[in-house]
Ligand binder design. Structure first.
Ligand code: NAD
Ligand code: UFG
Length: 338
């Protein structure tokens, strides 16, 4: 298939582009590079042995979008493009609603106009909110605690409504748990701008010496050691999940939803320990207050993705911490010309 990947230069998008090519799909990248570096494209060219087709522009620019669909024959769209920082979304909700919601609406309108009704969407475990029992299962009620989370809840709703209104749409919502890790080559990986919000990029920046120590946000949760438990999933497994979702869309119309996680949670202290053991690097840390809005424990029930997509994770926690570190230590300054 010829697949348009919005946000294809970003962390998950770039790994998915390579997985698609490995599975004989043709890829077109659309990105405005608002949260990614243009040099990632050189790395994708190098790793794939192909020259990427890239459209640089914004989902908010409808004439740009029309132009892409006018020029290209597209069979399906994987839609990663959006803003993803929870804290920033609380400070600047309009920016988030505009980029994530309006950007998605623009994309859907153009897809409809060109009769391309095959979509995979990046949703998030955040849609399970704070009140569901563990493990999180797809039919549970969705809710959110911040504007970023609401954009995911709303977009899932929009996509469900669209599939109900027109049964020729094939849509898959993928609810990612906590993606970490990087490509085995160490040539592409996660590159947060500024101080990382997420645990793994913070750990790797401590390990490489950019930051002195990690702050562990609370050790009084009702978890194995009191620190927050999450379901970390290797970005390579996640990327493969998108290839399976495209296959599912070909087999089944309508709106579908799947968790992409391992089904196992591990704590902050367990992740630090795994990182130190695997990589022989010390991660100094201090326990501080809980971060506002954090919940103690999050992990997926992966049964539906296993049964209906044939999705199973292959990478272990050791793989995840090794590959995250391999990426960070080989690219202390991120993407540079080489
Ligand atoms: P990322 O920021 O690395 O990638 C997003 C890409 O989209 C970036 O390259 C950015 O430049 C681009 N983009 C943003 N707005 C755009 C616009 N209006 N027009 C064109 N391009 C635009 O993020 P990621 O970690 O790869 O996440 C991808 C998707 O997965 C996002 O929708 C995110 O909300 C979702 N998600 C991520 C996580 C996570 O922990 N990384 C968890 C759950 C869900
Ligand atoms: N943590 C620390 N110190 C840090 C960063 C994180 O102790 O410097 C802890 C958190 O308290 C949490 C765990 O590490 O217990 C994981 O935190 P992340 O910020 O990496 O991940 P979250 O699960 O909190 O959030 C992620 C995404 C959100 C998304 C959410 C649910 O960043 O966008 O998963 O899907 F909404």
């Amino acid at each position: 298939m010829r697949v348009l990947v919005t946000g294809g230069a970003g962390y998950i998008g770039s790994h998915t582009v390579l997985a698609l090519i490995e599975h004989q799909h043709d890829v077109i990248i659309l990105d405005n590079f608002s949260n990614s570096h243009p040099l990632v494209i050189n790395r994708l060219n190098e790793l794939s042995g192909q020259t990427m087709k890239v459209y640089t522009g914004d989902l908010l620019d409808k004439s740009f979008l029309n132009n892409v669909f006018e020029q290209e024959t597209i069979d399906a769209v994987i839609h990663f493009a959006g803003f993803k920082s929870v804290g920033e979304s609380v400070a600047e909700p309009l920016k988030y609603y505009e980029n994530n919601i309006t950007g998605t609406l623009n994309l859907l309108e153009v897809m409809k106009a060109y009769q391309i009704k095959n979509l995979v969407f990046s949703s998030s475990a955040t849609v399970y909110g704070a009140n569901n029992p563990l493990p999180f299962k797809e039919p549970m009620p969705t809710s959110a605690t911040n504007p970023y989370g609401y954009t995911k809840v709303m977009i899932e709703q929009i996509l469900n409504d669209l599939a109900v209104s027109d049964s020729t749409w094939s849509i898959t919502n993928l609810r990612y748990f906590n993606p970490i890790g990087a490509h085995k080559s160490g040539r592409i990986g996660e590159l947060p701008s500024g101080i990382p919000n997420n645990l793994m990029p913070y750990i790797t920046q401590v390990a490489v010496g950019i930051r002195s120590h990690l702050s562990v946000f609370g050790n009084d949760f009702d978890t194995i050691d009191g620190t927050g438990v999450r379901d970390y999933i290797h970005v390579l497994d996640l990327a493969r999940g998108h290839v399976l979702a495209l296959k599912k869309n070909q087999e089944e119309r309508g709106a579908k939803v799947y968790n992409l996680g391992t089904g196992h949670g591990i704590s902050v202290l367990q992740l630090i320990q795994a990182f130190e053991q695997e990589n022989h690097v010390k991660i100094p840390y201090e326990v501080v207050e809980r971060r506002a809005g954090d919940i103690g424990e999050v992990y997926a029930d992966g049964t539906k993705a296993k049964e209906e997509l044939g999705f199973q994770t292959e990478q272990t926690i050791s793989d995840m911490v090794r590959d995250s570190w391999n990426w960070q230590k080989n690219n202390p300054n991120g993407y540079t010309q080489d």
